[in-house]
Design a protein around this ligand. Structure first.
Ligand SMILES: Cc1cc2nc3c(=O)[nH]c(=O)nc-3n(C[C@H](O)[C@H](O)[C@H](O)COP(=O)(O)OP(=O)(O)OC[C@H]3O[C@@H](n4cnc5c(N)ncnc54)[C@H](O)[C@@H]3O)c2cc1C
Ligand code: SF4
Length: 338
């Protein structure tokens, strides 16, 4: 049995108190649902002495529409500008909330495809965005990792995947992040020094050791998503070993604007679970705009294939995962007209 180390736990009710607890303490970490952090603590990947629980913080709750000034408005109010989702909202709440289902079905789908029902009831949207990267050589017990001499993400000096270089290439494995990128979402990050807003597209960096721009003393307070233009269609697809529980082997988010003639007016495609951050597939607009989904699907799929290069960071054949990029993207683009 894997046991937890000794730690203290605080459950503040206000954001300011949580930020004070994290300020200047390298041995403190936030915890939301704990569905990622607790297993990682059991593996001695993280050994915080103080855990700051986020689930009781009022400022991190709720899912609502706001106007341009950030004031709450009703569902059908034409003044509504963006959907605000508190970082402590559970994935189950996101997956079934009427406002998410109505405006951002791909987000509801991605949240509903994380793990299984028990984990979605505890796991939060904030925790999903701040999820640690994953690798065959990292998500193992201390004993297992020690036997291999550890790796450079934790306690060692060598990357067993690339064998050269000083960068970790563990896989970004969050289901909701690629979708939020295609939707143009931003996150509000707060610390004892103030608040900053970062587009989700700029939140991730290409180093699996710490793959976000969030500082350890910062909390992700909320996600804000601009309401979509009328013709926007969004899709999410996930390749995994079983139909439930498993992390993605490949995840794809697509958002496309279609006019009344079903002609593409804009397209955004993000592929993830291959490297340390989600990858925006470039050049798809040029290939897709002005065409019908069925006519441009093959070209967009080939473009995605050219730009995606999975590594052996997960114990599933990278060539097969790469081949699936073409299959999934083609089907998703063709399915836009459905
Ligand atoms: C069996 C199993 C299967 C899983 N399958 C999937 C899957 O298919 N897809 C997927 O995406 N995930 C999966 N997960 C991972 C995890 O359950 C989810 O990503 C979940 O959303 C994490 O949220 P949490 O609130 O539990 O995060 P926690 O475990 O509480 O935290 C995760 C990390 O984020 C930090 N953190 C949490 N909230 C904040 C915040 N508001 N501000 C700053 N930092 C914060 C924590 O310090 C920690 O480093 C799986 C987990 C398990 C155990
Ligand atoms: S990618 Fe390399 S450094 Fe990163 S966790 Fe895996 S083996 Fe370690």
């Amino acid at each position: 049995m894997l046991r937890l180390h000794e730690y203290r736990y605080h459950r503040p009710a206000a954001l300011a108190e949580a930020l004070d607890l994290l300020h200047g303490r390298e041995d403190a970490m936030p915890i939301a649902g704990g569905t990622d952090l607790v297993p990682n603590m059991k593996h001695r990947l993280w050994t915080p002495r103080l855990l700051v629980g986020l689930k009781g913080i009022a400022e991190m709750q709720g899912i609502s529409l706001v106007d341009a000034e950030g004031h709450p408005v009703d569902g059908d109010d034409p003044a509504a500008r963006e959907l605000v989702v508190g970082a402590a909202a559970t994935l189950a709440q996101v997956a079934r909330h009427p406002l998410v289902l109505r405006h951002f079905p791909s987000l509801a789908e991605a949240a509903g495809k994380v793990a299984g029902p028990q984990i979605r009831n505890h796991g939060t949207l904030g925790g999903n965005l701040c999820l640690d990267t994953r690798c065959t050589y990292y998500n193992q017990s201390f004993f297992w990792r020690q036997a291999l001499g550890f790796c450079l993400k934790k306690d060692g000096e060598v990357c067993h995947v690339t064998r050269v270089g000083k960068k970790c290439v563990a896989a970004h494995s969050s289901d909701t992040s690629p979708v939020l990128m295609t939707l143009g979402a931003v996150v509000d990050l707060a610390s004892a020094e103030g608040t900053r807003t970062v587009p989700v597209a700029d939140f991730f960096v290409a180093d699996g050791k710490w793959n976000t721009v969030r500082r350890p003393d910062e909390l992700l307070v909320r996600v804000r998503i601009p309401l979509p233009p009328p013709g926007l269609r969004t899709r999410y697809a996930k390749l995994r070993q079983r139909g439930a529980i498993d992390f993605p082997l490949l995840s794809i988010a697509l958002a496309a604007e279609l006019d009344e003639d079903e002609t593409v007016q804009g397209m955004s495609l993000v592929v993830s679970a291959l490297g340390s951050r989600p990858r925006v597939v470039t050049g798809v607009e040029k290939l897709a705009v002005g065409g019908r989904p069925a006519d441009v699907a093959e070209a967009v799929a080939r473009q995605a294939f050219r730009q995606c290069h999975p590594l052996e960071n997960i114990i599933v054949d990278p060539e097969w995962r790469r081949a699936m990029v073409t299959v999934y993207v083609r089907r998703m683009v063709e399915g836009l007209s459905a």
